[in-house]
Design a protein around this ligand. Structure first.
Ligand code: MG
Length: 385
């Protein structure tokens, strides 16, 4: 038995709202089209055809790199049935069974494909379908009122691939041509039914979802992994400078020297946020050669970093900062600093940790000549929290 497959990607996918056809959008690094084609890229099929929008046919090898078997690329038509007919016409006359698959279903399983091939060969036309789980209402569209409740067990939701003996599919196309009412045919099973052929159902697969809306694609992409960044900062401690950490003034005779206010807590955390977002570092966004940042409060830089994080599609989830300072004791000020940081990050107080440590008298920090800080920030994708 010679089995051919036609993967139909002729549509522009206007319902998704992206500026490229939806089948070219990626899920986990592989386009929907590539995934759908890969499912049929093996020697169960003697001939394989992809129907593409006409202006994409010349780019087929770029859109579908590294195919294991030979595929033919065909330009689609105005309506679905025109695209499918063009694809089927590209198959040799001696193909016995034809599978037609919608490229918007990238998660089709090998087992489902085998069920459809076997059943189509046996009965002439086979459609995978899922039983309706909701109560089904037949409605009057003009008034949006219910005409009747349809017995649910008689309602099944069709998927693809749909399989046909070549003779059945050709006769169905011919019948449709002579009776074309001008409307869209939404699946090939419908063509076969109209032509009077019995169409049998095989069990579909809930995972074989159709990617119709941007939400479908976002759901299939799943939540993005959290992102982590680290930051470090150090400033010399000198006489006559105020000691301010995260907006909290700490009484002491010395403070950090710097172009800005020398707030190592905010600076290290700013670098951690920018690092987690893959958005560079504090020197790139707030260079100390720019007079705009002279004396800039650390909390202001932190607030700007949060805006950069948001623009990159992320939001802060938590932060952990260690301040290394010989004197004074930070403990009385920790909660005030945490509250400031939590407010600027837009997170719960419990998501911000600030710890003070001494350097045990070792090195410049231990001699009180400098203050240092380490920070770790965690980001989640915006909307995932
Ligand atoms: Mg600094």
């Amino acid at each position: 038995m010679r089995v051919g497959v036609v993967v139909v990607a002729g549509g522009r996918g206007s319902r998704v709202g992206a500026d490229q056809p939806k089948q070219l959008l990626a899920i986990a690094g592989r386009s929907i089209l590539q995934r759908s084609v890969d499912a049929f890229d093996d020697d169960r099929f003697c001939e394989r055809v992809v129907v593409l929008p006409a202006d994409y046919v010349n780019d087929a090898s770029t859109l579908l790199p590294a195919l294991a078997t030979a595929w033919r690329f065909v330009a689609g038509g105005a309506r679905r049935q025109d695209s499918v007919e063009a694809g089927v016409a590209a198959l040799s006359a001696d193909v016995d069974v034809v599978l037609v698959h919608d490229a918007a279903r990238p998660f089709v399983s090998r087992a489902l494909i085998t069920r459809v091939i076997d059943r189509a060969a046996a009965t002439g036309a086979a459609v995978p379908a899922l039983a309706a789980v909701e109560t089904v209402k037949h409605i009057d569209l003009a008034t949006m009122t219910v005409r009747a409740t349809v017995p649910r067990q008689e309602v099944w939701l069709a998927q693809t691939p749909q399989g046909f003996r070549r003779t059945v599919l050709s006769a169905a196309f011919a019948h449709n041509k002579s009776h074309d009412a001008g409307g869209d045919v939404t699946d090939e099973g419908m063509l076969a039914e109209r032509a009077g052929f019995p169409v049998t159902i095989v069990p579909g697969d809930a995972a074989n979802m159709k990617m119709t809306t941007a939400e479908d694609i976002a759901r299939a992409q799943g939540p993005r992994a959290p992102r982590v960044g680290t930051g470090y900062d150090l400033h010399r401690m000198v006489e006559g400078r105020p000691l301010v950490l995260a907006g909290v003034s700490i009484p002491f005779e010395r403070g950090p020297l710097g172009h800005s206010d020398g707030d190592v807590l905010c600076h290290s955390l700013t670098d951690a946020l920018l690092g987690a977002a893959g958005a560079g570092d504090i020197g790139k966004h707030f260079p100390n050669t720019d007079p705009a940042w002279k004396g800039a409060p650390g909390l202001d830089l932190l607030e700007r970093a949060v805006a950069i994080v948001h623009a990159a599609g992320f939001q802060p989830a938590s932060a952990d900062i260690t301040i290394i300072l010989e004197r004074p004791k930070l403990l009385p000020h920790i909660d005030a600093m945490r509250a400031d940081v939590a407010r600027v990050l837009g997170v719960d107080l419990s998501a911000v940790s600030i710890k003070g440590k001494t350097n045990e008298g070792v090195d410049a920090v231990g001699r009180g000549e400098a203050i240092a800080a380490h920070a770790v920030a965690v980001l989640t994708a915006r909307g995932d929290a």
